[in-house]
Design a protein. Structure first.
Length: 241
């Protein structure tokens, strides 16, 4: 049985898993879980990932949640080129350091900007108040500053000369606010140059393919079935409090 990946490419962590598998010629069957249709709450998906999140993986009778765990599993099982998840102790520790930090920084704040600028207005029919928006933008700016100053410094990639899982996970998160109309790369030459190197390292065609849906999300927003987004309302309420 071929390995199954449960993904929705609107999701940042799904795009990292998708691009990693494709880039490394890992054979897999793509199982599309449409988040905007609430398919993560369907009974069958609950058996794959009781956390009700994508990405998820099934390899025979083994199931796995969490993008970082999935990326590491794929790197180790398929012995992908060493630079992705280096065997060198200190380089690997640098990758782990970024992967441990990003959840509460670039990911959390980039996602919030996506929700505030894009999802919440669709779901509620109203714009998010300016003071709340300013607050999340400030947090995102701080994360990007820390990314440049602590994680990237003057290196081509996070761990040095070569691309790793850390860069892959970083770029997908940074593309989320871009998809909501906030070009975070504008006015940040160092970050833009890094983005271009990462795109090159992944392969432009693959990068564009993985990001095609999210970068068009604004165009399809009017076509979304709002009744299917009802289950997001409780979350929106929490986010705005
Ligand atoms: N920590 C998890 C986060 C997964 C996650 O939050 N996935 C989102 C999409 S980006 C999801 O499935 N959301 C569906 C929902 O919350 O209903 C990972 O890295 O895989």
């Amino acid at each position: 049985m071929v390995l199954e990946l449960y993904l929705d490419l609107y999701s940042q962590p799904c795009r990292s898993v998708y691009m990693f598998a494709k880039k490394n010629n890992i054979p897999f069957e793509l199982k599309n879980v449409k988040l905007f249709e609430g398919q993560q709450y369907e009974e069958d998906f609950g058996k794959i990932n009781p956390l009700r999140k994508v990405p998820a993986l099934r390899d025979e009778d083994f199931t796995l949640a969490e993008s970082i765990a999935i990326l590491m599993y794929l790197a180790e099982k398929f012995k992908t080129p060493d630079h992705w998840y280096p065997s060198d102790l200190k380089k690997r520790a640098r990758v782990n350091e970024y992967l441990s930090w990003q959840h509460v920084a670039v990911r959390a704040n980039g996602s919030k900007v996506f929700w505030f600028k894009f999802m919440i207005p669709i779901i509620t029919g109203e714009e998010v108040p300016k003071e709340k928006m300013d607050f999340v933008l400030e947090d995102l700016n701080m994360s990007l500053k820390l990314f440049e100053e602590k994680f990237l410094q003057d290196r081509p990639f996070i761990i040095g000369e070569q691309i790793s899982l850390a860069d892959l996970v970083a770029i997908v998160e940074m593309m989320q606010p871009v998809a909501a109309g906030l070009d975070i790369f504008e006015g940040r030459p160092k970050l833009s140059a890094w983005r271009d190197r990462v795109k090159e390292g992944i392969g432009r065609e693959l990068f564009d393919e993985a990001h095609a849906a999210i970068l068009k999300a604004k165009d399809i927003s009017q076509m979304l079935d709002k009744s299917k987004l009802e289950f997001f309302k409780a979350r929106v309420k929490k986010m705005l409090n």
